[in-house]
Design a protein around this ligand. Structure first.
Ligand code: NAD
Ligand code: ZN
Length: 235
């Protein structure tokens, strides 16, 4: 921990990658932890275009339940720490795999959301995006003003990441001198490549995760800690 505090004090260009684990202590379940199943479906069976085309109502019901769960919780000390670092440090990039919007609610301004955001919808027909905080709809699936079917603006299994967001994340990993990886299993590519990109570019990489991951051995420092514990230790 002391080494990480020193790194944070000394280094100038900071990038952070967060995953589902940073929101776990807010009460948003991770996919691989408890609560990963819903009505006996695995996320892969629901969060994909195939499922949406087959049964858009079922997919929307899943997202509405997740939206309700997220609306009922609050950002935690780890989200707040990252929001504070953004204002205090000039060169700071936040990259997240999370779709829950908790970083934004904690006050982070500039966020590279690799997997989209559950509070944004997108029309299948005209691609129109809209901020959408509805927790109930008069009909499912919801419709766009153009008449098209609306989906959550989330990168589903089998879909490509937004190339601009990926490019900006890659550039941040290559250009930083300290990279923090908080609460991600380092299993889902291409996000899982980012810590390695940072390491190869010469940055120190600090992992914060209560469980070991495939990346732990390569990390400069691997702290077996929960995200909130880490944030509190940084105070
Ligand atoms: P994951 O579920 O695969 O892994 C979560 C990781 O967090 C694990 O390594 C676990 O050990 C760690 N963890 C658990 N509790 C923690 C804590 N208190 N502090 C720190 N770390 C903790 O999640 P992932 O790697 O982010 O990838 C799964 C995909 O699912 C992501 O792409 C994401 O888009 C999506 N997802 C998002 C959310 C969300 O938005 N909150 C929730 C579930 C899944
Ligand atoms: Zn439309």
């Amino acid at each position: 921990m002391e080494r990480v505090k020193r790194l944070l004090a000394e280094r100038k260009r900071i990038a952070v990658l967060t995953g589902a684990g940073i929101s776990a202590e807010s009460g948003v379940p991770t996919f691989r932890g408890a609560g990963g199943l819903w009505r006996n479906y695995r996320p892969e069976e629901i969060a994909c275009m195939e499922a949406f085309l087959r049964d858009p109502v079922l997919v929307w019901e899943w997202y509405l339940e997740r939206k309700k769960g997220i609306a009922a919780v609050a950002p935690n000390a780890a989200h707040h720490l990252l929001a504070r670092l953004e204002t205090e440090r000039g060169d700071f990039t936040l990259i997240t795999q999370n779709v829950d919007g908790l970083h934004g609610r904690a006050g982070s301004r500039s966020i590279l959301e690799l997997h989209g955001n559950i509070w944004i919808t997108r029309c299948l027909a005209c691609e129109r995006q809209a901020r959408d905080e509805s927790l109930v709809y008069p009909e499912l699936p919801p419709k766009c003003p153009c008449g098209g079917t609306v989906r959550p603006h989330i990168v589903w299994f089998g879909e490509m990441l937004d190339p601009d967001i990926l490019q900006a994340s890659w550039a941040a990993a290559e250009g930083c001198d300290l990279f923090l990886v908080i609460g991600t299993s380092a299993l889902v590519y291409p996000a899982a490549s980012l810590p390695r990109v940072a390491l190869e570019a010469g940055a120190s990489v600090v992992e914060i995760n209560p469980e070991p991951t495939p990346f732990s051995e390569a990390a400069t420092v691997s702290l077996r800690m929960k995200a909130v514990e880490f944030a509190e230790a940084m105070q």
